[in-house]
Design a protein around this ligand. Structure first.
Ligand SMILES: [Zn+2]
Ligand SMILES: [Zn+2]
Length: 140
């Protein structure tokens, strides 16, 4: 994404999520769009603190909470029940590597909703897998 793409995306998503644009919200959301690494709240805080030393961790927690409730940010839980953040809320699965603790995205193409759920209203479709990623498997 180019600079202006990111800015346009942020403005559009904030207005569709019906939340006000504040500098903190913009910087957290922007960080998540630019770093598709499923960071922890701590990691986001440490990265943003460099340019904004007055930032508090409470502000980050509150901001993440607002963005999550507005549907802009998705929370991914790892094995240790650690909360990781994802600025990409389109349907995709997550693979958690128990060795390097990275969270990898994967496409859910071809993943069909089972017949037994016919007539249900699906609001969220989460697919989570754990194990060893390719490079960790090779090292073992
Ligand atoms: Zn790994
Ligand atoms: Zn993801």
């Amino acid at each position: 994404m180019t600079e202006s793409d990111i800015v346009q995306t942020i403005i559009r998503r904030f207005s569709s999520g019906d939340i006000r644009l504040t500098p903190q919200r913009i910087s957290v959301y922007r960080y998540l769009l630019e770093n598709r690494t499923h960071p922890t709240v701590d990691r986001v805080f440490n990265a943003l603190k460099i340019e904004n030393p007055s930032l508090s961790k409470t502000t980050i927690y509150n901001t993440v909470d607002t963005l999550t409730k507005a549907g802009l940010v998705r929370v991914v839980r790892t094995n240790e029940d650690e909360v990781r953040l994802d600025g990409y809320t389109d349907n995709h699965g997550h693979f958690y590597c128990t060795n390097c603790e990275e969270v990898y995205d994967f496409s859910l193409e071809g993943c069909a909703v089972p017949d037994s759920l016919h007539g249900f209203q699906m609001e969220e479709f989460d697919v989570r897998a754990t194990g060893l990623c390719g490079s960790c498997k090779q090292k073992n």
